[in-house]
Design a protein around this ligand. Structure first.
Ligand SMILES: NC(=O)c1ccc[n+]([C@@H]2O[C@H](COP(=O)([O-])OP(=O)(O)OC[C@H]3O[C@@H](n4cnc5c(N)ncnc54)[C@H](O)[C@@H]3O)[C@@H](O)[C@H]2O)c1
Length: 365
């Protein structure tokens, strides 16, 4: 049966903002939905292919291109999702294509840019093509936020942040939204101007005191919650900087040395298969290099969200969270923004084809 006039909804960055793409409280819910469905195993997520021009460490120098396909369900958990205040099922598939060129910021361009495709669930024909940079940054912040909801001390006061760029900002927003007791933020970046701009841009948004610090350990020693989101190429963290009860979300890859992980009572990831598959996360390198046995990986956040594993068991426990980043988080958050865009009539309709297989009539030698 021929179908006429298939169009794709295109959402630019401005469209994503208009469709609520920068509202962290909603991104937290969409990301908790994907952690919940991950815990219930209602997803499909092949290991992500990564193009890079050398060993793992070259991702921080020459760059990389990741492709992250996934399917996320939800129909079997309608009541549980509603009872938790989480959005309804996703029941479709998509892919994020995300190149990263570390030299771009020096040229005034973003390090990471992305496009996401979401398919129509019935025909599996692309239905939406959208910016993926906002979704990616929001879901990465939100993943740390959801993990902090379950693993940080609920009376945490001081947030230490290393890395004052895109991911640092969404980490800060998500952690403050998830742990409202946080009052003060210590920010360190090797670029002092970046720390100063971060403080100017974020103080009013976060309603927190923000203190740019000049030595990286000042972001660690008194902090109850820590996030590291840098392009560091060499480890700089010292195990003795952590205070009892700390929750550290390491979303970048080379900040903490593998041997320092032995001071953590609990270590959680987002998906151990994906962490091993990509091979850059410090939790995997710590196991591979024999710094900790694999049994010291306590579990995946989805298992904690669904109650299959316990989260924090004492106020003194030091807990490390090391996500590699999941396509299902991108899909859940992108689907939220796409649904808002449909409801508010946001975006541009692009013609995909006007008549099924009409192009064959032009086939030539
Ligand atoms: N795990 C995940 O799910 C996930 C998702 C997205 C991004 N990331 C990672 O987050 C990191 C940050 O991303 P971004 O978009 O903000 O990058 P960016 O390039 O825009 O900014 C990086 C910041 O880190 C600072 N920096 C570099 N080396 C440093 C060091 N040794 N100490 C302190 N600061 C340092 C830079 O000055 C810059 O301000 C990247 O490594 C990226 O790969 C992880």
């Amino acid at each position: 049966m021929a179908t006429d006039n298939w169009s794709i909804l295109y959402l630019s960055q401005e469209d994503c903002v208009a469709a609520g793409g920068t509202v962290m409280s909603e991104a937290l819910k969409a990301t908790e939905r994907s952690f919940f469905l991950h815990g219930k195993k209602d997803y499909i997520q092949p290991g992500k292919p990564v193009i890079r021009w050398g060993e793992a460490a070259t991702e921080e120098t020459t760059g990389r291109i990741m492709s992250m396909p996934s399917f996320l369900g939800g129909t079997a958990y309608l009541e549980e999702l509603a009872a938790r205040g989480l959005p309804g099922p996703v029941n479709t598939s998509g892919i994020k294509f995300i190149p990263s060129r570390p030299a771009n910021p020096a040229k005034g361009l973003p390090r990471a840019t992305a496009l996401i495709i979401i398919v129509d669930p019935e025909t599996l024909i692309p239905a939406c093509v959208m910016d993926g940079a906002i979704v990616s940054a929001m879901r990465t912040g939100a993943a740390s936020g959801v993990a902090a909801q379950y693993l940080a001390n609920p009376d945490a006061k001081i947030l230490g942040l290393v890395g004052a760029s895109v991911q640092g900002m969404t980490q800060a927003a998500a952690l403050k939204a998830a742990v409202p007791s946080l009052q003060s933020l210590r920010i360190f970046d090797i670029n002092a101007q970046a720390s100063a701009s971060f403080a100017r841009a974020m103080e009013a948004k976060l309603a927190m005191e923000i203190i740019p610090v000049t030595r990286v350990e000042e972001a660690f020693v008194d902090s109850d919650v820590i996030a590291t989101a840098t392009m560091a190429r060499e480890p700089y963290v010292r195990a003795e900087w952590y205070k009892p009860g700390v929750f550290h979300a390491e979303i970048s890859f080379w900040d903490t040395p593998p041997e320092a992980l032995s001071v953590f009572e609990r270590i959680f990831v987002d998906d151990w298969y994906q962490v091993k598959h990509h091979g850059v996360d410090v939790s995997w390198r710590a196991v591979k290099e024999g710094c900790i046995p694999e049994e010291r990986i306590s579990g995946e956040i989805g298992e904690v969200v669904t109650g299959q594993k316990v989260g924090r068991t004492s106020p003194e426990e030091k807990i490390f969270f090391n996500p590699i980043g999941l396509g299902i988080h991108d899909l859940s958050e992108a689907h939220r923004v796409y649904q808002n865009a449909l409801a508010k009539n946001i975006g541009t309709r692009l013609n995909y084809f006007q008549r099924t297989n009409a192009w064959l009539e032009s086939l030539s030698l």
